[in-house]
Design a protein around this ligand. Structure first.
Ligand code: UT7
Length: 330
């Protein structure tokens, strides 16, 4: 096993899940779909939906406060706010700036990182660089998305898939054996149109046409995305395990991005893992984009399933396309 002398560790995890639950039965009343189709094709049974009044920074602040409290820290004690999101409160200021303001702190740097559903893992890689280079001592990494606000609720091929949520990590240099031991990341921008929100940026600035054509909603060629996700997530998970100097059978838990149970199962199979070693919560929350991995890791820890020394592999795939994986010794 690779024994990196310096590693970052997750000091604490916070999450926030909106109260409102939207079930497959609710969706049956909204579009031409069925619980049976959604369950067999995706594994999703229900998802959380943010209130109209809630923004991504609201969800992110709630998760951040929980993480700070668990670490017994005040907001002033972090020295960077890094936010992974695809659904910022505003194009600018960044959601990180909104979160800084809502936490009532000033001066420390704050910025957003956008990498599709892979944002939380890209965030870990960026945070590692900043901490191990000595630029930052302690980073608040927030991963939040409110996909319900960019979903076309008349499009059955996408609206059954997504949910809203947030996770937050407090990250600092590890003083023991636990921490991030390897990672792997990549992207292929040539396939960007397969999963895209076309309107509202400089490609299609907001105007009457963009509204009429519904360009402010997620568009996805689900079947194509599915094939790329299966391939890239499987490869990325194996690559991070190899970079960690480990064998597949040394992996205790796999936390795959939660987009579709069939993609999760395929990724687990590439690692040869038993079902109980693969963390699944897509049934309860759907695809919360960047928030899926932090929330799943939080739940795994909270359920008391993680023990010191366990090897956890995290892997994600998303718009861009982007993909990333990480091996973490708990
Ligand atoms: O988080 C970033 C990455 N995102 C993903 O990884 C998502 C990847 N894609 C997927 O998870 C799957 O492709 C979907 C769940 C989106 C779709 O599953 P699929 O097995 O690829 O189905 P499909 O798109 O090939 O559609 C099969 C059929 C179509 O009907 P026809 O043309 O065969 O008659 C669709 O019109 O299912 C139909 N369909 C639906 N039927 C009932 C599509 N959506 C629905 C629906 N309810 N909600």
């Amino acid at each position: 096993m690779v024994n990196k002398d310096r590693k970052i560790k997750i000091k604490s995890i916070g999450i926030y899940l909106p109260e409102k639950i939207l079930t497959n039965a609710d969706l049956e009343k909204m579009v031409d779909t069925s619980d049976e189709w959604i369950t067999t094709r995706t594994g999703i049974k229900e998802r959380r939906i943010a209130a109209d009044s809630q923004t991504s920074s609201d969800l992110g602040v709630a998760a951040a406060k929980m993480a700070l409290e668990k670490a017994n820290l005040k907001a002033e004690e972090v020295d960077l706010i890094l936010v992974a999101t695809n659904t910022p409160d505003t194009i600018f200021p960044s959601t990180a700036s909104w979160i800084q303001r809502k936490l009532g702190i000033k001066e420390i740097p704050a910025f957003d990182l956008q990498a599709g559903c892979t944002g939380a893992l890209y965030g870990l890689v960026v945070a590692e660089g900043l901490i191990l280079s000595g630029t930052c001592r302690r980073i608040l990494l927030v991963a939040v998305d409110i996909l319900s606000k960019i979903t076309n609720w008349e499009d059955r091929s996408t609206c059954v898939l997504f949910g809203d949520g947030a996770g937050a990590f407090i990250l600092e240099e590890s003083q023991d054996q636990s921490g991030l031991i390897s990672h792997f990341w990549g992207a292929d921008g040539s396939l960007g149109e397969l999963l895209i929100l076309p309107g509202g940026g400089t490609l299609h600035p907001a105007n009457e046409m963009t509204i009429r054509e519904k360009l402010h909603y997620i568009r996805m060629k689900g079947n194509d995305v599915f094939k790329h996700a299966v391939k890239r997530m499987g490869e990325a998970a194996l690559e991070a395990v190899k970079k960690a100097g480990l064998e597949k059978d040394q992996v205790d838990y796999l936390i795959p991005h939660q987009a579709n149970l069939r993609i999760i199962d395929a990724t687990g199979a590439r690692l040869g893992l038993l079902k109980e070693r693969i963390v699944v919560n897509v049934d309860k929350y759907g695809n919360m984009s960047v928030a899926t991995i932090p929330v799943a890791l939080y739940e795994l820890e909270n359920e008391g399933r993680l023990k010191s020394g366990d090897i956890v592999v995290m892997v994600a795939f998303g718009a861009g396309f982007t993909w990333a994986s990480a091996v973490y010794r708990w």
